[in-house]
Design a binder for this molecule. Structure first.
Ligand code: NAD
Length: 269
């Protein structure tokens, strides 16, 4: 049985991860952590999540429950995740870090810190999205330069950044597969007399409307036909389930830094 500690245990993702773990065989919750001063600290996690009493109390310091666990799952904030990784490494706890917004320097620091443990770091833990990255890489390689690539992403009206990190990653995967530099060929919206479409352009368009959880459409437009690949997230549960799958996988790996492509065995396919 894999013993999991969840940081950000009262957050949107942390709460869903704890709830879904409670219905998953082979993994159990042994600890949950929030920021100091959070109003739910000291409460039983099952009670505030509507699961019934679990005996696991929300703590305000990972060091208090790190020793109970095999793996920590972190969906917090970029200011908090580095501390989670430091404490986890000190306590030989494996790590699944889903928190986004890390700089390249922070990612490099994580790579150093996890020499003493093992960590899955992935800004998108959806199994479907990660499979789609692999499919896009292969499709782009097969179609080559004859098909125009356009990506359209749609999210709810509260999302602050654009385009989504997932859309940019899709563009990057396709650019790499086609031997293009995304810095040169990426175009983020069009207006006015723009002229004919440059052949190697990769368009990335953003829609913001209502409560759309997340939708990514990738079009390969050819002559007389087009291919469309669509991923639709219906809820945050697809990320939470991916994080749980990563937690059950990482506990048996060698020390080092991994991503969801490793978890899903997609790297060498
Ligand atoms: P949220 O604001 O609902 O939850 C974050 C929680 O972390 C909050 O409850 C907050 O109080 C808590 N927190 C902050 N500092 C802390 C600390 N020092 N120790 C413990 N807990 C602390 O946000 P969310 O929607 O759950 O997203 C959390 C993060 O996960 C964001 O960075 C988001 O972009 C990312 N995310 C990643 C994926 C993925 O697939 N990798 C999917 C969804 C969200």
């Amino acid at each position: 049985m894999v013993k999991a500690v969840v940081t950000g245990g009262a957050g949107r993702m942390g709460g869903r991860i704890i709830s879904l773990i409670s219905g998953t065989d082979g993994i159990e919750i042994v600890g949950a952590v929030e920021r100091k001063g959070h109003p739910l600290v000291g409460k039983d996690v099952g009670e505030y999540l509507g699961l019934g009493a679990t005996g696991v109390v929300l703590e305000d310091d990972l060091a208090k429950c790190a020793k109970n666990g095999d793996v920590v799952i972190d969906f917090t904030h970029r200011d908090a995740v580095m501390n989670t990784i430091r404490i986890a490494a000190e306590n030989d706890l494996a790590i699944v870090a889903g928190t986004t917004g890390l700089t390249a320097e922070e990612t490099a620091e994580i790579r150093d810190m996890v020499q003493k443990t093992r960590c899955v770091l992935a800004p998108n833990m959806s199994v479907g999205v990660n499979v789609m990255f692999k499919v896009l890489e292969n499709v782009a390689a097969i179609l080559g330069d004859q098909y125009d690539v356009e990506i359209v992403e749609a999210h709810h009206n509260l999302k602050k950044d654009a385009p989504s990190g997932t859309a940019v990653k899709m563009a990057q995967v396709i650019a790499d597969s086609l031997g293009r530099d995304l810095e040169d060929v990426g175009i983020y919206g069009r207006k006015g007399m723009i002229g004919e479409r440059p052949k190697k352009e990769i368009g990335i368009q953003t829609v913001r409307a209502g409560d759309i959880v997340g939708e990514h459409t990738v079009i390969f437009g050819g002559v007389g036909e087009r291919l469309e690949f669509i991923h639709r997230a219906h809820s945050r549960d697809n990320f939470a389930k991916g994080a749980i799958r990563a937690a059950m996988w990482i506990v048996d790996q060698e020390n080092g830094l991994y991503d969801m492509q490793d978890v899903l065995g997609l790297k060498n396919m």
